[in-house]
Ligand binder design. Structure first.
Ligand code: ZN
Ligand code: ZN
Ligand code: FE
Length: 739
């Protein structure tokens, strides 16, 4: 007989951990207690030594899929003679630390019941259990139980109630537990919003097979679903006014996805895991197709039982795109859907479980076995990012176009889901409402606020007003410094680092617009070590949508012939008069401009299009680089001249696109080496939206490593502006600590 106190640190609350432990210890005949603590759980366990050892050994492998175990320690205690095993509630109510689980894809056990001919939940589109189902999107308030979720209007039937109370049952304490007798139901409506009698699921399937567009209510909002053939996709593009931006597809299973894309072992694990993000996979046929004009396709697998049931019987893959209009938040309520999607959807597949919280699909690709996010949302939020213990409760307000916020308390940084562009009134309202919701859920009362330096960001105005109203301090943090701090926190770094921050634009400390920067610093401060030669943006913001303007400026500044340029004379006059020609050192603009010079793309219909198509055009095997000046600032003029010369002498676009990206990568390495020599550190963090480029991210870290440096990239939060709030939070904490 032995007694142990086992401390488990990590994300072990709100992920079905206590019921899991309860079951494991009963199997092993152990007795004792479990309680939540501020950094995890503490167990006191008593039993046979062999059983205790087995418990500790099997813990990491058997833990629920969303649990993140960071550390397990065990110490021996004097014998306590526990009579049984029980869950002990937190002693101090004031220190309540509730974590809420993200929404989890339907688990293998539920899937089996769903498809088994004689289970009482067979074919029931809302089946769930302790290990899976809706969480974040249905929670209204804490503590988390059914009465505080949108399941409250569905009282459990006696059968469900029995499972819920049975410790040995998979549905023990599963708050959204339900069945066809007591749970939500589907409805099918035509394009006019009229109820159509019959089997809603079958009716929806018929519509989809006939090539019509069906609005489907999901976990965190509506999708528009349709077949993947050119004609149907064309109709969807026309109605949604989305000309070229790629659509994500949902495939019935991995085998179906494999018909379209190459899938590695790591990609399959993440694609098919419990979180089920959209994974950007390499297409087998790299050319443009109706779904995606570049070399990648966003693929996800069915993650709700409703999705699972939608497939089969002639449906193998469907376009599944967020139902929202012109950058407003994703549609979530039935009435809202019927109004907003009228004229877009030919039919509606609805249900009567309310979506409390909007949450878009997460979007990532897989780099060295881990997620690399473009959007961290459903399946991940609101699981906190663990950080070194914070002294102050802080609200970080994020940026603007890819807005997010981050609330910090103790060892947890709660980063919000994808919010969108704050310039829309609806998005701003969503942002403010989510801040209040998160504060209530996680019991956080900010004592300090932090936002971007930019005076016009609406997130900054929100912060300013709130700081004044509540009389709490507000810190303004430089954009690139926040990116750097975000990547440091993502990798649990604290000391000084070099930061290669490749971004669109962010306001600099000198009042000018910064772009691709090389910084040296830590959480409490930084200096700007190097940058790239600024590019005049002829026509200001118009140059973002019309990169041929950037191409003209690049050519002109490099002393190249601009004879054949579109609107050449007009642009020259504007440039001469310095009429609306702000300078930008954004990496995105350089990519766009080069894409235009190479004839890949002269105008853009969505953000980053030029850069994305340039990447898609590149010859993966080309190793050549172009001359460029770096001392340590990146002067792109020699590179542009070489590019133009080589193009004229007949070198193909794929080779030139690759040589351009190789050159930029090489420049980054040289900049990092200079900065490391200057600062004496070897750690290089990579952050900023331009690092969403797979070609560069699959090469740059290796090259840095080969130069004896230690590269770090994001894996827990996005590299783009969505991840910035985490960095703001860490910087504010450091400033407050020093006071
Ligand atoms: Zn389940
Ligand atoms: Zn029931
Ligand atoms: Fe940024």
């Amino acid at each position: 007989m032995k007694t142990l106190r086992i401390t488990i640190r990590g994300i072990v609350q709100g992920v079905g951990f206590r019921p899991f432990i309860h079951r494991s210890v009963s199997e092993l005949g152990l007795r004792g207690t479990i309680r939540n603590t501020s950094s995890g759980v503490t167990l006191e366990l008593e039993g046979e030594e062999e059983a205790l050892e087995r418990f500790l050994k099997e813990l990491p492998d058997r833990a629920p899929p969303l649990a993140v175990i960071e550390e397990v320690t065990a110490e021996q205690l004097p014998r306590k003679d526990f009579p049984d095993f029980r869950i002990v509630e937190s002693e101090r109510q004031a220190e309540r630390n509730t974590l809420i689980s993200p929404d989890i894809a339907v688990c293998p056990d539920c899937m089996r019941e769903l498809l088994s001919p004689d289970d009482r939940r067979r074919g029931y589109p809302f089946i769930n259990c302790t290990n899976c189902g809706p969480r974040f999107t249905i929670v209204e308030d804490v503590p988390y139980d059914r009465a505080r979720t949108s399941m409250k209007c569905f009282p459990m039937c006696p059968d469900c109630e029995r499972e819920y109370r049975d410790l040995r049952d998979r549905r023990y304490h599963a708050q959204p537990d339900c069945c066809p007798v007591c749970g939500p139901r589907l409805r099918f409506l035509d394009g006019e919003g009229r109820e159509v009698p019959g089997d809603a699921l079958e009716l929806a399937r018929q519509k989809l097979k006939a090539g019509e567009i069906v609005a489907v209510k999901g976990l965190g909002g509506f999708h528009l679903a349709c077949r993947c053939d050119g004609g149907t996709v064309e109709t969807l593009r026309r109605r949604k006014q989305r000309d070229e931006k790629p659509f994500a597809v949902m495939c019935r299973n991995t085998e179906v996805a494999r018909r379209l894309c190459e899938i590695s072992g790591d990609e399959e694990r993440i694609l098919n895991g419990a979180r089920k993000p959209i994974v950007l996979l390499k297409k087998k046929k790299p050319g443009p197709d109706p779904l995606s004009e570049n070399g990648f396709l966003g693929v996800m697998l069915p993650y709700t039982p409703l999705h699972v049931l939608l497939f089969g019987d002639g449906i193998d893959m469907l376009v599944m795109t967020s139902a929202n209009l012109s950058d407003t938040p994703i549609v979530k309520d039935n009435e809202e859907a019927l109004q907003a999607l009228k004229g877009i959807a030919d039919a509606f597949l609805l249900h009567d479980r309310r979506i409390q919280t909007r949450c878009d699909d997460s979007l990532c690709w897989v780099l060295e076995g881990k997620e690399y996010f473009a959007r961290r949302s459903r399946g991940y939020v609101p699981q906190p990012v663990t950080v070194p213990s914070l002294q102050t409760q802080i609200l970080a307000c994020g940026a603007e176009q890819k807005a997010s916020f981050c609330l910090g308390k103790g060892e947890h940084a709660f980063l919000s889901q994808h919010i969108g562009d704050l310039k829309n009134l609806e998005t701003l309202e969503h942002y403010e409402a989510q801040i209040r919701h998160f504060e209530r859920l996680f019991d956080i009362r900010p004592q300090a606020l932090v936002c971007d330096l930019h005076p016009d960001y609406l997130s900054g105005r929100y912060a300013q007003e709130r700081a004044e109203a509540e009389g709490i301090p507000l810190f303004r943090v430089q954009h690139h410094h926040a990116h750097m701090a975000s990547c440091m926190a993502d990798n649990r770094l604290s000391g000084p680092c070099v930061g290669l921050i490749w971004d669109g634009t962010g306001l600099g400390t000198d009042g000018s617009s910064w772009g691709a920067e090389c910084l040296i610093g830590d959480y409490s401060g930084f200096r700007r070590f190097a940058s790239i030669r600024p590019i005049p943006l002829i026509g200001g913001d118009r140059a973002v949508k019309e990169p041929y303007r950037v191409a003209f400026a690049l050519l002109k500044e490099s002393g190249c012939d601009t004879g054949g340029c579109r609107d050449g004379e007009l642009l020259q006059r504007q440039l001469d008069a310095k009429l609306n020609c702000p300078l930008s050192s954004g990496m995105g603009r350089l990519f766009d401009g080069v894409a235009a010079i190479l004839g890949i793309r002269e105008t853009c219909s969505y953000e980053g299009q030029g850069a994305i198509l340039l990447e898609a055009a590149a010859d993966e095997d080309e190793e050549g680089i172009l001359p460029c000046g770096t001392a340590p600032d990146f002067d792109w003029r020699p590179m542009i001249r070489a590019l133009v010369e080589q193009k004229r002498s007949g070198v193909g676009t794929p080779v030139l696109a690759a040589r351009f990206m190789n050159t930029v990568t090489d420049m980054a390495v040289r900049q990092a080496i200079c900065a490391c020599r200057d600062s004496g550190c070897r750690r290089v963090v990579l952050s900023g939206g331009s690092f969403q480029n797979q070609y560069i991210m699959r090469r740059l870290p290796q090259k840095l490593r080969r130069s004896g440096l230690e590269p770090y990239r994001h894996s827990r939060v996005s590299c783009n502006d969505e991840g910035i709030a985490l960095g703001q939070l860490m910087i504010a904490e450091a400033i407050l600590r020093e006071k």
